[in-house]
Design a protein around this ligand. Structure first.
Ligand SMILES: *Cc1c(COP(=O)(O)O)cnc(C)c1O
Length: 372
């Protein structure tokens, strides 16, 4: 059997004609920069998340950059975030000359540990970026309470978490401003790069919309030094078609996650691996199904030989990256992030997986541990 980590071909085949028709209509219109399809997607994502405003941008990375810019983050400021995330979370902070200040994650859900937040805040702290890693929201009540006390902005890195909820509210309305990515491998993926910012704050929304077009509200009049970061109309056309199916795909991922839990428990692998923990307030959308395992790298290459794709998100925490040497963090600074980097393995979880495929993944892992 051959089971890639992610296979988008089946999803595409199921809506191929609708997507091609939307692309054709966009080409016929010849309006590729912002315009009605981008506005329609902005409104659709705002409505979907329950947010007042959506601003389409070129990528999730740019969404983070623009959110920080709109909050006034500049050189010399500090922004608190986690080292166990995709690089873009911290990269956006550094791009502005600000300093990422890392705090460790909780071992159960891999998200920011709010118990460590307060002591990381200084007079220079301008924002906090919790990441909703793998499709499950960070503990936003605790994070927001601390942020409010210090009058600091909260930016949700919701790039992996469109559709995720906490206490019934969607990722996208759980902080001051939220950032989404439509990179192809995300739960709502385009045919290239695209992203979105959501916020309930009208002034922030207007500021981000201004900053994404070189800081201009009126053409050729520039009130701030912004960037060029628009959501492409062709991507908007594709994403509008796919958004209608997002909840159904999330249900498929959740169903597969529940089936994995059942199969792993039947296989009696509890002492060999740790399954994802879902917080009682959380609706997890499983952008990744990430387990902790013993002999991770050996298992991964065994799975590969048996035709099962897997991936390590993420093998090197950001505080240990070469480009962040100057921040001065040493190995051992964030033990939970470092341990996670050594133990995690993400398994195929996409909605179209069959029960035979799920069984094969678990059987293959069981057979690996039987030999060891
Ligand atoms: C994907 C991702 C990003 C960046 O999004 P792009 O659209 O690839 O720029 C940022 N943060 C996290 C946590 C992500 O998973």
């Amino acid at each position: 059997m051959n089971i890639p980590l992610l296979d988008l071909k089946a999803q595409y085949q199921s809506m191929r004609s609708e997507i091609l028709a939307a692309i054709e209509a966009t080409c016929d219109e010849q309006g590729f920069i912002l315009g009605p399809r981008v506005v329609a997607l902005e409104q659709a994502v705002a409505t979907y998340t329950g947010s007042a405003h959506g601003i389409g941008v070129a990528s999730g990375s740019d969404a983070l950059l623009l959110a920080l810019m709109a909050l006034g983050v500049k050189a010399g400021d500090e922004v608190v975030t986690v080292p166990f995330t995709f690089f873009a979370t911290a990269g956006a902070i550094s791009r502005l000359g600000a300093k990422p200040v890392f705090i460790d994650i909780r071992p159960d859900d891999f998200n920011m540990d709010p118990a460590l937040l307060e002591r990381a805040i200084t007079k220079r702290t301008k924002a906090i970026i919790p990441v909703h890693l793998f499709g499950q929201c960070a503990d936003m009540d605790a994070i927001n309470a601390i942020a409010r006390r210090h009058n600091i902005g909260v930016i949700e890195d919701a790039c992996q978490a469109i559709g995720a909820r906490q206490k019934g509210r969607h990722a996208g309305v759980l902080g001051d401003v939220a950032c989404f990515s439509f990179f192809p491998s995300k739960n709502l993926g385009g045919f290239g790069d695209a992203g979105m910012v959501t916020t309930n704050d009208k002034a922030l929304a207007e500021s981000i919309a201004m900053l994404r077009v070189h800081g201009s509200r009126v053409r050729y009049v520039h009130e701030a030094i912004g960037i060029n970061s628009r959501l492409d109309a062709l991507q908007a056309a594709v994403l509008l078609v796919k958004l209608k199916h997002l909840d159904q795909w999330a249900e498929g991922r959740r169903r597969n996650a529940a089936r994995y839990v059942q199969l792993f428990s039947e296989a009696k692998l509890a002492d060999r691996l740790t399954l994802p923990a879902v917080g009682p307030d959380n609706f997890h959308v499983f952008n990744q199904f990430t387990i902790r395992v013993q002999k991770r790298d050996e298992l991964r290459s065994y799975l590969k030989d048996q035709g099962v794709g897997s991936e390590v998100y993420y093998p090197l925490p950001l505080h240990l990256q070469n480009c962040y040497r100057d921040l001065g963090y040493q190995k051992g600074a964030f033990p939970q992030s470092e341990r996670a980097a050594e133990e995690v393995l993400s398994l195929p979880i996409y909605a179209e997986l069959s029960d035979e495929q799920l069984q094969y993944v678990v059987q293959t892992i069981a057979s690996f541990y039987r030999k060891r």
